[in-house]
Design a protein around this ligand. Structure first.
Ligand code: CO
Length: 506
């Protein structure tokens, strides 16, 4: 008789890959309804609208796309009012979405490797990238916009989610201009005291140009300024403080030849160099630099600092402390390569480096950079209290793995107390898979008088693989106990980013 040896690590797993995979099925229908299947109670004083964006279609007429980041953007809006919640989802009707749906096939090349059928010949010298509007959705200045970092935003009707068209932000952007998908809202700008939305665009090349934009609450452009930094820059997110904008320039290079020849997608031509350092780029904010910025060089200058290598997509927050600028970021030891023949659904989580939350402390006087691990659990999508953006803060909320070590799909939400080192965890394992958490303060975002920093709720979308449906889960931000679980009538494919506004658009 032979005995069968079981791998104990498999038995201890909190997930099954085939369950996780189903969260990437397309959602082809558009819905709107009042949510009536609810565990618990929706807090009566939770008022406003949660907007979420992410790839909704993972195929075009049966032709699967190569990577979920290439999927057409679909917006979900969940409006909370008087203890009730209303759900609506709509695809962003981009030019590419409409053309491909009409043609019934893939017409554009995706950044992450979705080639048009027909092999290299069909892709040769085809530089058309589809503006898929799938990364974030933000309500600012009375306008709702779907964001995708390589091109202009799409304007949407905040109530119906109807697509209104490409938006040049009141003449700020020229046709084809990039506009990042990660704006930061400064609750009180040093330059003028009002809240402002800060965002950037990157023009990569041998030297990369970073352009910064700051918008007033009415949506008007307040300030625009540009700096260049040597080398190719692949930058997805940034962080702000009252006086600085901070970017992590990851050690990557771009080889465009295979892209131009149609052999590789843009993302497949990016190579990570773990042997090189990551550059921390600190840019003084225009209008604020004269008001307390601590630096020895002329106020307008961009400065770079170097730290140990690692790849960063997202920052939790940044703040100033004496001569230091502190940045908390999710770092990977390696950039997961986008392989031409790879299938993202077959991802082997055990062979990929997990993201961890690190704190970087840059001394602007000495140039010394220290780093410290804040959270060693696999985590991503960090958020903080909106009134603490750019300020010294205590709590970060992240999507996280169920297990304390190793790499795995996100099945939990972790609350990290950056001061005491304390933790709270809510887990949807073994059936649930979560997206980005959003913190909503009890007092309302527009109210500057914040109570306790964790007085509020964490909203998170969770795919329930036992029912092939998604839930919107409301957690008490104090201890991450579950307040309510709202069962949708269908699943929502794993999303990317979203935001909350106290205005209710049901
Ligand atoms: Co992002």
């Amino acid at each position: 008789m032979t005995s069968i040896e079981l791998n104990p690590s498999v038995l201890e797993r909190s997930y099954r890959r085939e369950d996780w995979q189903r969260g990437y099925n397309s959602l082809t229908q558009e819905f709107e309804y009042w949510i009536d299947e609810i565990d618990g109670e929706i807090p009566a004083n939770l008022q406003g609208t949660l907007f979420r964006n992410g790839p909704g279609l993972l195929e075009v007429n049966g032709n699967r796309i190569h990577h979920p980041f290439d999927g057409d953007g679909m917006i979900c809006a969940i409006a909370f009012q008087n203890g009730r919640a209303h759900f609506r989802n709509r695809f962003v009707k981009t030019e590419g979405y409409l053309a491909e749906q009409a043609a019934g096939k893939i017409l554009y090349r995706g950044v992450f490797g979705t080639d048009k059928p027909g092999g290299w010949l069909a892709n040769l010298l085809d530089f058309r990238l589809k503006n898929i509007a799938n990364t974030n959705v933000v309500y600012w200045g009375g306008k709702l916009r779907a964001l995708w970092e390589a091109a202009e935003p799409h304007a949407l009707d905040p109530r119906t989610l109807d697509t209104l068209g490409l938006d040049d932000l009141g003449g700020v952007l020229k046709p084809g201009d990039a506009f990042a998908a990660h704006p930061r809202i400064d609750p009180a700008c040093a330059a003028d005291g009002d809240a402002c939305l800060v965002n950037f665009s990157i023009k990569p090349g041998l030297s990369s140009t970073i352009t910064l934009y700051e918008f007033a609450p009415d949506g008007k452009l307040l300030r625009k300024y540009a700096h260049s930094t040597p080398g190719f820059a692949f930058i997805h997110d940034f962080a702000i403080t009252p006086h600085y904008c901070i970017f992590f320039q990851n050690p990557v290079t771009f080889n465009p030849l295979n892209f131009l020849a149609g052999l590789r997608s843009a993302a497949e031509c990016i190579q990570f160099h773990p042997e090189k350092t990551t550059k921390i780029v600190v840019i003084p904010r225009k209008g604020a630099a004269d008001k307390g910025a601590r630096q020895t060089t002329p106020h307008a200058a961009l400065r770079t600092f170097e730290t140990l290598s690692g790849f960063v997509f997202h920052h939790a927050n940044a703040f100033e402390e004496g001569d230091d600028v502190v940045i908390d970021s999710v770092c990977y030891e390696d950039l997961p390569a986008v392989e031409p023949e790879g299938d993202f659904l077959q991802t082997d989580f055990d062979t990929i480096a997990p993201g961890h939350l690190w704190r970087f402390r840059v001394n602007l006087q000495t140039g010394v950079v220290d780093r410290q691990l804040l959270e060693g659990r696999c985590c991503e999508f960090p958020v903080v209290h909106p009134a603490k953006v750019g300020r010294s803060y205590r709590y970060a909320y992240l999507a996280a793995a169920h297990a304390t070590t190793g790499n795995a799909p996100h099945q939990a939400v972790v609350k990290v107390d950056t001061q005491s080192g304390g933790r709270a965890l809510w887990s949807a394992a073994p059936w649930g898979y979560v997206g980005e958490p959003i913190f909503v303060p009890r007092t309302g975002i527009s109210d500057h008088s914040i109570g306790a920093e964790d007085d509020g709720w964490v909203l998170v979308m969770a795919f329930d693989s036992s029912r092939d449906r998604s839930d919107l889960v409301i957690l008490n931000a104090r201890d991450l106990s579950q307040v309510a679980r709202l069962h949708l009538k269908h699943h929502v494919p794993y999303g990317l980013h979203g935001s909350f506004t106290p205005e209710c658009f049901e």
